[in-house]
Write a protein that binds this ligand. Structure first.
Ligand SMILES: *[C@@H]1O[C@H](CO)[C@@H](O)[C@H](O)[C@H]1NC(C)=O
Ligand SMILES: *[C@@H]1O[C@H](CO)[C@@H](O)[C@H](O)[C@H]1NC(C)=O
Ligand SMILES: *[C@@H]1O[C@H](CO)[C@@H](O)[C@H](O)[C@H]1NC(C)=O
Ligand SMILES: *[C@@H]1O[C@H](CO)[C@@H](O)[C@H](O)[C@H]1NC(C)=O
Length: 414
């Protein structure tokens, strides 16, 4: 990519700074607000880091993790049906029935319908699966935004706005719609962050799911994550965090007529383990429903890392592509933004910022597969088989269906 375009580049950056919403994930209308946001986040991180200090990127072996194999060999299914007739009417109730220190795969078979629940999966409950039918899905929806007041009378903040938060490991979801249906804030509006899904556990896989919201839709917070055949809709910074994640065959859709920013990846030297993070997109489609310009990413962390490979980009993707945001000299920072063999009118790399990389095959390779997230140790196929019948009969009595009788599909060791 040409680097002899200093003047147009400077002009483009000036125009960009003037045109970008200044406030997400930071609610930074002013430097003061930004500092407040930063210190609030630092406080958050201090707490969570103390709790999760030992849980960095994790065991990256190349055979299925032993604990996972055991969990899969002893699975059980809870049927959740809002209309009754299942084992539980709400996801919250089903999750309460999972013991702390859980060691078995617990599949929540979610019958179609809307679940108006705000869900938090505690770190002590690993191996949970949300299973639904992509053609007739379970829709989990809530509508908190960062400015919503919590029980303590204070704004819940970005983390607290989440509809579904997963803090445990080995989570899996298939065919589920995760939604934050708060009215769409003006892009960048203060306190407008409205997270639909936050993944803070490691080794989580999402298949045929929809993650739907506006500003800050998917908090790909921390850990190894895999998103396959998913639809992700949002406006500003709608995939953000310091997850190390591989997005394959996903549709990434901007819903705004103003400016959308697809990613705010937070790779940084200042958070333990975060320097290993980065988002990799392969064979995805980027498009706009709202018609507004789209940026591929802007740097939240000092070393933000995002790769797009074989991805189709609609015409709304701006020629410069990327933005350094708060990073003063992106060209000499640790930012790593790259593209490889993308297509579509938005993929023309000739006017990209000079510090983005037109990757060679060798450079792209480490990012272009489940090996990027050490998938061999944990990625299993989605649970598409039919579930055993509910433990409850329609008359409410218990039946003899035992977990051992459920169709067993042990993990394939690869
Ligand atoms: C399966 O899980 C149940 C419930 O946690 C436990 O009591 C049982 O011992 C487990 N079975 C095996 C073979 O691990
Ligand atoms: C997770 O569960 C444990 C045990 O019940 C509890 O002490 C802890 O506060 C919970 N964590 C969060 C973040 O709610
Ligand atoms: C999952 O999504 C992909 C891509 O949209 C589609 O081809 C596939 O049929 C879906 N799988 C199921 C089981 O719905
Ligand atoms: C690319 O993604 C589409 C779905 O968006 C899928 O149908 C197709 O098979 C994928 N191609 C490859 C090579 O994975």
């Amino acid at each position: 990519m040409g680097r002899n375009m200093a003047l147009p580049l400077v002009m483009a950056l000036v125009a960009l700074v003037a045109s970008l919403p200044s406030a997400s994930p930071a609610t930074a209308g002013t430097a003061g607000a930004f500092d407040n946001w930063l210190s609030a986040n630092q406080k958050d991180f201090a707490i969570t880091q103390a709790l999760y200090a030992k849980k960095a990127v994790g065991d990256t072996g190349n055979s299925i993790d032993e604990s996972l194999a055991k969990a899969e060999d002893n699975k059980t299914t809870f049927v959740v049906d809002p209309k009754g007739g299942g084992d539980y009417k709400t996801i919250t109730a089903a999750l309460e029935a999972v013991p702390e220190g859980n060691t078995r795969r617990v599949i929540l078979d979610l019958k179609p319908g809307e679940y108006r629940e705000k869900i938090f999966i505690n770190i002590s409950k690993p191996y949970i699966t949300f299973k639904s039918d992509p053609k007739n899905p379970a829709i989990i929806a809530w509508n908190d935004i960062a400015a919503t007041l919590g029980k303590d009378g204070k704004p819940v903040g970005t983390v607290g706005s989440t509809t579904v938060a997963v803090e445990s490991d080995y989570f899996m979801a298939y065919g589920v719609v995760f939604k934050n249906d708060a009215p769409t804030a003006k892009p960048g509006a203060k306190g407008g962050q409205a997270v639909a899904l936050r993944t803070f556990g490691t080794k989580a896989a999402f298949y045929n799911c929809t993650i739907d919201g506006g500003q800050d839709t998917l908090y790909d917070h921390k850990g190894l994550h895999y998103f396959k055949d998913c639809l992700i809709r949002g406006s500003v910074d709608f995939i953000f965090g310091f997850g190390r994640s591989f997005y394959e065959n996903c549709r990434i859709v901007s819903i705004v007529k103003e400016i959308a920013v697809l990613t705010a990846q937070q790779r940084t030297k200042t958070i333990e383990g975060a320097i290993e993070s980065g988002f990799s997109f392969k064979n995805c489609t980027i498009m706009s429903e709202g018609g507004g310009d789209i940026y591929l990413g802007r740097a939240w962390g000092d070393s933000s890392r995002v790769i797009y490979a074989y991805t189709e980009m609609s015409k709304e993707v701006v020629p410069v592509g990327w933005d350094g945001w708060e990073v003063k000299q992106p060209e000499s920072s640790g930012i790593y933004y790259g593209e490889f063999k993308c297509s579509g009118p938005g993929s023309d790399a000739r006017k990209r910022v000079g510090w983005a990389v037109d990757l060679t095959e060798a450079q792209a390779k480490p990012f272009m597969g489940t090996h990027y997230v050490f998938g061999d140790s944990w990625i299993l196929p989605p649970p598409t088989e039919n579930s055993p019948p509910s433990k409850k009969t329609s008359s409410g009595g218990a039946t003899a269906t035992s977990p051992a009788a459920s169709p067993s599909s042990s993990p394939e060791s690869r």
